[in-house]
Design a protein around this ligand. Structure first.
Ligand code: ADP
Ligand code: MG
Length: 696
């Protein structure tokens, strides 16, 4: 039998393959270029491309593609075959260095937010050589970044790579101050835990809302929801287990370190967590994971729902973004140290995150904003829309002791001086177990928990990296000029604690009392996507991203535009789907059932005038009234939608959809959901919540 270690990474053109297939000089040049992030010279690129092609063909590949992540949120690919005619009219298989390193793409149909005039339709993709090429479905995929010809980023990856550069630069400056001369580069690491739902394919296809929007727009609560919590970590059903086995195998072949799988809180909800990787690779792998989940679910006659809120009244799906910084010497910068100097360094990095999260609450919130995620954040199941940090009681008390120059702990009589005293040990497992915090310190990494399940992890990590880079820059500027490093460090840490401790919250984030408290502390509460997004281009945020060369101001405006348009477009589709379902399925079904009831009443009466028809009449009366109300909301929705479509300006339009369209959708839904409980099961035209959630 083949073991996992036999096939792990078998579809990846990784270091081992490169070493075995490339001439030693070529291999070394390639490695050096990757390490320094410079571009590859053409003769080396030709050699690499040729080896890649031979390797891919030996594994059955016939095509190649530049694989990239445009602003649509999904990955894009355009397949080209390796074939090329030879002079005898036969074909040979070719792949040049030029084709490997750079691709041309007609970019006119990808969202650009006005960055590209229509006459300048070309964009190009450039190989991200730090992420290995791989074979998927017989196609050699080359991970790339996607830009316009004028150099504007049109994708998620370019800014992410730039932000990794920024944090590398600033972290190295700070590390030098602590005497880490051997560290030459740092990389941020990410382990994204991915939640998803599985539903039966037959039932899925019968629901237009799921087909068009990925979430149910109607549906009465089933008698059994997640109330018993019986699903969480429960025994995995055979059909789901078979899917998970396939999924693991495919992911392992692609070198994705899929590690844990379990049932989640809601029925039919599951989670997959990989072992963490360098951020851009983790982002690529998460995109692949989502894609392969969807593909393999179909093979098992199921559909994988990645939407943030497929079912109302049931937990939605998120993505926990575990984040840390590692050095090339293997040090995790958020691992509390054993010596005073290691502690001091740890505390400074901890403070950089504290300040970054406080200064850029808005950007963190914006980086996870989407129409889908608006159904989760602040809805008593996911972190609130207010950003705060969880540090745990012990660490918080240590910071307080440092801030106030007070002794810490019962035994500790001395004051805690940074860089002089070893920090008291705090047990790791006291770190966040309440899981309601949006940004939790979990022992040696931070867990950002506000991400929606369907989104790329690129945008949130671009924000975290850049924000922390900026704070580290400020720290380095101050400390590099200090006369006495030790005391400057102590003062800086004290000051950061005093100024930013308002962002620390260790209590229950789902509690309404917290929202009131957060408001008192002056923390932002950007509840919805239209509330949050416009702050992206606030001057302080433009200053941040341009200073660290992560986004140009033009790119920021274009991204804002794309996201606002996305929001409106999604709600537009949802509203139209609702109208169609209400008109063609739900109201006709209720009307048909009314006819049955009336016919029954008439026929009963014809048998005997005094036969009791209370059941039929009461239900009929209720249904008739609900149909009228639903119809009224339906017409109101059509009207609101017409106005929404005509509203000028992306921001104003998104606000209109939020304030005027969504509430009418909710009203229509609530009548329809009551109708579902009144109409007989055999007349109801679409699978119910019970069918969907317990049907696998
Ligand atoms: P929990 O369910 O308690 O949140 P899991 O064990 O499911 O935790 O997931 C933790 C995630 O954090 C895993 O994906 C793991 O690889 C990741 N992780 C661990 N250490 C780091 C690190 N240094 N940097 C980034 N991610 C990390
Ligand atoms: Mg988690």
């Amino acid at each position: 039998m083949k073991t996992v270690s036999d096939y792990f990474g078998s579809m990846v053109f990784d270091d081992k393959v490169m070493k075995s297939m490339l001439d030693e000089n070529i291999y070394n040049t390639l490695k050096r270029t990757i390490k320094d992030g410079r571009s590859l010279n053409l003769s080396v690129a030709n050699e690499v491309a040729n080896a890649m092609k031979d390797w891919a063909i030996s594994l059955g590949a016939t095509h190649f593609t530049h694989w990239f992540q445009p602003m649509t949120g999904i990955t894009a690919e355009k397949h080209d075959s390796f074939i090329s005619p030879d002079k005898d009219g036969r074909v040979i298989m070719e792949f040049s260095g030029k084709e490997l390193v750079r691709g041309e793409t007609d970019a006119s149909s990808f969202p650009s937010g006005g960055l590209r005039a229509t006459f300048e339709a070309r964009g190009y993709t450039a190989w991200d050589a730090t992420s290995y090429a791989f074979i998927k479905d017989g196609v050699l995929c080359i991970p790339t970044a996607f830009c316009s010809y004028s150099g504007d980023a049109l994708d998620q990856k370019t800014p992410l790579l730039r932000s990794m550069e920024a944090i590398n630069r600033q972290t190295l400056r700070v590390l030098k101050l602590f005497g880490n001369e051997d560290v030459t580069s740092v990389k941020t690491t990410v382990g994204p835990e991915q939640e998803y739902f599985l539903v039966d394919k037959q039932m899925f296809t019968k629901r237009k809302d799921l087909v068009y929007t990925g979430r149910t727009l109607f549906g009465a609560a089933p008698p059994k929801g997640q109330a018993l919590e019986s699903h969480y970590y429960g025994v995995i059903k055979p059909r789901v287990q078979a899917f998970m086995n396939d999924l693991n195998e495919e992911l392992w072949k692609l070198g994705v370190l899929a590690k844990t799988e379990h049932n989640e809180a809601a029925p039919a909800q599951h989670e997959l967590a990989p072992i963490f990787a360098t951020t851009n690779i983790a982002a690529d792998h998460n995109q692949l994971t989502m894609e392969i989940m969807q593909k393999l679910a179909k093979k098992h006659d199921m559909v994988c729902l990645l939407h943030e809120k497929p079912f109302e009244g049931v937990n939605g799906s998120g993505k926990h973004n575990n984040w840390s910084i590692s050095t090339n010497t293997g040090m995790n910068l958020f691992e509390p140290g054993d010596t005073p100097s290691e502690n001091a360094q740890f505390l400074l990095f901890l403070c950089s995150v504290l300040k970054a999260v406080d200064d850029y609450q808005d950007l963190l919130r914006i980086s996870v904003a989407s129409a889908g995620n608006d159904h989760r954040l602040g809805a008593h199941e996911a972190p609130p829309a207010v950003v705060s940090i969880f540090l745990g009681d012990e660490l918080t008390e240590i910071l307080e002791a440092i801030e106030k120059d007070q002794p810490y702990g019962a035994k500790e009589k001395e004051l805690l001086r940074v860089g002089v005293h070893t920090m008291p040990k705090f047990p790791k497992d006291t770190t966040d177990r309440n899981r309601t915090s949006p940004f939790a310190f979990t022992g040696n990494k931070f867990e950002f928990r506000m991400l929606g399940s369907s989104a790329s992890v690129s945008a949130p990590n671009t924000v975290i990296n850049t924000a922390v880079a900026e704070i580290l820059k400020q720290f380095a500027d101050e400390l590099e000029n200090a006369e006495n490093f030790e005391s400057a460090l102590h003062d800086l840490i004290q000051r950061v604690i005093t100024q930013h401790k308002r962002i620390i919250f260790n209590g229950n984030g789902y509690d309404d009392k917290w929202l009131a408290e957060a408001q008192k502390r002056g923390l932002l509460n950007l509840r919805t996507t239209p509330d949050a997004l416009p702050h992206f281009v606030d001057q302080k945020n433009i200053d941040l991203f341009t200073a660290h060369k992560v986004y140009t101001e033009r790119e920021m405006h274009s991204r804002l535009e794309i996201q606002l348009q996305n929001y409106s477009a999604l709600i537009n589709i949802e509203a139209k789907t609702m109208i169609e379902m209400a008109k063609k399925e739900i109201l006709p079904a209720a009307s048909r059932y009314s006819q049955l009831l009336s016919a029954t009443i008439i026929s009963k009466r014809s048998v005997c005038e005094t036969l009791d028809c209370s059941y039929e009449t009461e239900i009929l009366t209720d249904i008739s009234a609900r149909i009228s109300k639903a119809y009224k909301h339906l017409k109101a929705l059509e009207k609101a939608l017409a106005t929404a479509e005509k509203t000028q300006g992306a921001a104003a339009q998104s606000v209109y959809y939020k304030d005027k369209v969504l509430p009418v959708m909710a009203k229509l839904r609530s009548e329809a959901d009551v109708l579902e409980t009144l109409v007989s099961a055999d007349c109801w035209p679409i699978p119910t919540y019970g069918d969907l959630m317990f049907g696998v």
